[in-house]
Design a binder for this molecule. Structure first.
Ligand code: PA5
Length: 420
């Protein structure tokens, strides 16, 4: 693993001895997850990212992405939840900006829809609609508006600019693609939405943003090889899952994933959906939230420092190191001369260390994921690590990580209101 998990900041709440005992005691819950024998086989496709290495579908996606990068100014990703968050996290952190990525299908604001349609005017557009079930109203209705936009803009040429990623079957995207002549990518049947980032769902948008998806796959495959072979006591995914649940039992019922690179706030959104939808089922689990530092140190940082002692903090210490940028002296007195000549990277390092030590001293248990430089391999590793940890953590609290009936409840209620 590139990432090292550092639990020194929780030692006063959970000792190494307590952790080792808890890992031992939870063997019967953890072992089936590590052996891939804990749920229906059709939910476990994410456990084997190596299946994509050298796969023809990945080659096809890279060719398609190259075509889009040559022929589009804007790529509209229509999708919500598990259908867009993983890709967005990579794009917002590592994307090269050559093609503008616009996100649609996440809300029902007519104002936002108008803004999306307006920003396409005069630009060369491709669309990727992603949905496993294709019954969610937000992406479904945005897709209708955007298809109509494309038909008006490109006439018979519209279909060639629309790609759908979805399931097969009646009323699903494959059927629509066949009827309308769109290109189709399969949403793997053996992955739930929030576990689907390492598939066509994430791969096409990431590749359109200029990210080498083979490197993401390699990072995930390496993480799998290491994490599934490690002894439970030394397994970082096990240690994280067990540690966070021991902290929960001590009253730390909220986990705040803190990031430093602004793009990684989108990774933290993916993480928070992963844990919230997978574990949030039996009223006895951690509420996952996230903060983007420095910005949130000037907002929720106050609460973390001095508010109710119920927050545990996990620092995702992944950064872009750029040794070249230094603070230049200024001819105007601005009070910042003490920074003259300092490498800019020292500043982000200082904010990290300052937040960690202040929060620790203030009574917040602080875990650290020490990841180093942000690369595609790191993203692959982190996706795999957290999906596995999430299933381990769900097993500890007796929750089935797959399915999200609570979300379905709101959907059914909305369908009733709208007369479906
Ligand atoms: O993780 C999940 O399964 C969900 O969050 C789904 O991704 C989300 O509800 C969107 O589903 P769909 O793209 O099938 O409409």
């Amino acid at each position: 693993m590139i990432t090292q998990i550092d639990l020194s900041g929780v030692a006063q709440y959970v000792s190494e001895q307590q952790l080792a005992q808890a890992v031992q005691a939870a063997q019967s819950k953890l072992a089936p997850v590590l052996a891939g024998q804990f749920a229906e086989a059709n939910q476990l496709g994410w456990m084997d990212p190596a299946r994509w290495q050298g796969h023809a579908e990945v080659e096809y996606i890279m060719q398609l992405a190259a075509e889009i990068r040559s022929n589009a100014d804007v790529f509209v990703l229509i999708g919500v939840g598990g259908s867009n968050r993983g890709a967005q996290s990579v794009i917002e952190t590592l994307g090269d900006g050559k093609v503008e990525i616009v996100y649609a299908g996440t809300n029902l604001s007519s104002h936002e829809l108008k803004k999306i349609l307006a920003c396409l005017q005069g630009k060369r557009v491709y669309i990727n609609n992603i949905a496993k079930d294709f019954n969610t109203l937000e992406p479904g209705i945005h897709f209708r508006f955007l298809r109509q936009y494309m038909e008006a803009a490109y006439g018979a040429g519209a279909a060639a600019r629309i790609i759908v990623t979805g399931s097969a079957g009646t009323g699903q995207l494959q059927q629509l693609a066949q009827q309308a002549g769109y290109r189709f990518l399969p949403f793997p049947a053996d992955m739930a939405g929030r576990f689907s980032v390492l598939s066509a769902v994430g791969f096409l948008p990431m590749a359109v943003a200029g990210v080498d998806i083979r490197r993401i796959i390699a990072g995930a495959a390496a993480a799998k090889a290491e994490l599934l072979a490690a002894a439970p006591q030394d397994n970082p995914a096990v240690r994280y899952a067990v540690c966070r649940n021991l902290l929960f039992e001590k009253g730390f019922v909220i986990e705040n994933l803190a990031t430093l690179e602004p793009g990684l706030a989108y990774f933290a959104r993916w993480w928070s959906q992963l844990f919230a939808e997978s574990e949030g089922k039996n009223q006895s689990c951690i509420f996952p939230v996230f903060s983007s530092y420095s910005e949130d140190l000037h907002a929720v940082g106050q609460y973390i420092q001095d508010g109710k002692r119920m927050v545990l903090e996990s620092f995702l210490d992944a950064r872009f190191v750029n040794g070249e940028t230094r603070v230049a002296a200024s001819q105007h007195a601005d009070g910042f001369d003490y920074l003259n000549g300092k490498p800019f990277d020292e500043l982000i390092d200082a904010v990290y260390r300052a937040a960690f030590s202040a929060h620790s001293a203030g009574g917040v248990p602080c875990l650290q994921f020490r990841c180093g430089q942000i690369t595609p391999e790191l993203f692959g590793e982190l996706f795999y690590f957290f999906m596995l940890s999430c299933c381990l953590s769900a097993a500890l609290i007796g929750a089935n990580p797959f399915g999200q009936n609570g979300v379905e409840a709101y959907k059914r209620s909305m369908y009733r209101l709208l007369g479906k």
